[in-house]
Design a protein. Sequence first.
Length: 441
Amino acid sequence: MMRKLRIKFVAIIMAMVAIVLLAVFSTICVINYQQAVGDVYAALDSAIDHDTMPKKELPPTTNSPDGGEQANVPTDDPEGGKHFEIGGKGEGRRFIPVAVYEIASDKTLAAVSDATTASMTDEVLAQASEQVAAAQDGSGQLDSLGLYYMKRTNGNGTFVAFADMSSASEWQTLALTLAAVGVGALLVFFAISLLFSRWALRPVEESWRKQQQFVADASHELKTPLTVMLANTSILLKHPEKTVASQSQWVEAIETETESMQKLVGDMLFLASSDAPKREYAFSPVDLSDIVERNLLQFESLAFEHEIEVSSTVEESIWIDGNALRLERLVSTLLDNAYKYAGEHGRVDVALARTERHVELSVSNSGAVIPPEDIPRIFDRFYRADKARMRSDGGYGLGLAIARSVAEEHGGAIAARSTEEKGTTFTVTWDAKALVSPDGR
């Protein structure tokens, strides 16, 4: 199950990354293509403007040697070549070869040498002449010839300029480069997503493991009383002629197991209600001191029976905002746990006090020390540090899980420590902000 979940997690991440990369890279390619086509048409427009306008109408852009201004266009050198201005800090534009022709009345094309920086074969020129002769003034593409063109008519005649489509094909190289970058990025994200999937799904995996363990443990704990009840019922059914009084031991055994199972189911429902999302309980000012004192009184007879020495230091009138019934369960669980494991002639110490920063409830008992490796797990459900202890005297292993659940839902934290010198101590700590007055202020 977790393997499938991890695969889905990685697949979703990769799909999202791929979509984002595709969108970004496609946008870059489209923008590059549009810019390249724009440069081509700008070059065509500039070529036609340069050699179809009267010289006196050329737009001045640079200073001439005599102090005037001249157009920033190619100038002839003595050997008949072209010189294109370079350098300076002005905005430059990449050079695009352009062929400029004047369309004669018989629809033939005559090259304009001053503006032409590219050549065309006679065959291509003939086909281009046929296609642009009937075209309206403006720009367009001759896809069959791989040409961009711009046609314009002014007082000097009709002119047409051509540029090769390869002049705007840089986007294809860019697309291939981005595709390679995208593949590399996907491989990197794949490796990262694998690592993050393990990290992100670790709590889910742990929760799933605990859920499976919980179901297995609950089934095991329910199996024992059910087996006993079925066995006793079978015995009763084999002797229908006997009276209830004569079969009382089997009836009492069934009753005992039923009560045990009822307690187990009640504890499981208690934990399930704590796990329910957004479960809200009616919180009100609760006298925690009174709850601790009352539970100590209830356990006095048990302590006397087992000769357990009890010492308590409970500060009066400590009120916190909470649910009285659930806090009652927290205190009784800790006290019950302490009395169970204190042993004969043992000792239990209970203290409730407040400081400037905390409210602290501690319950200590003598008895066997909890191994250090068991401390982190004693609050897990159905976990028993003493594996040899039977459920008849050690419970089902849900008490401390319930205690932690109640402490956390009231904004507190529970911890345990166990040493040979001081025994085992469970401490519940609340922030001083949890303190309230009896009237809730």
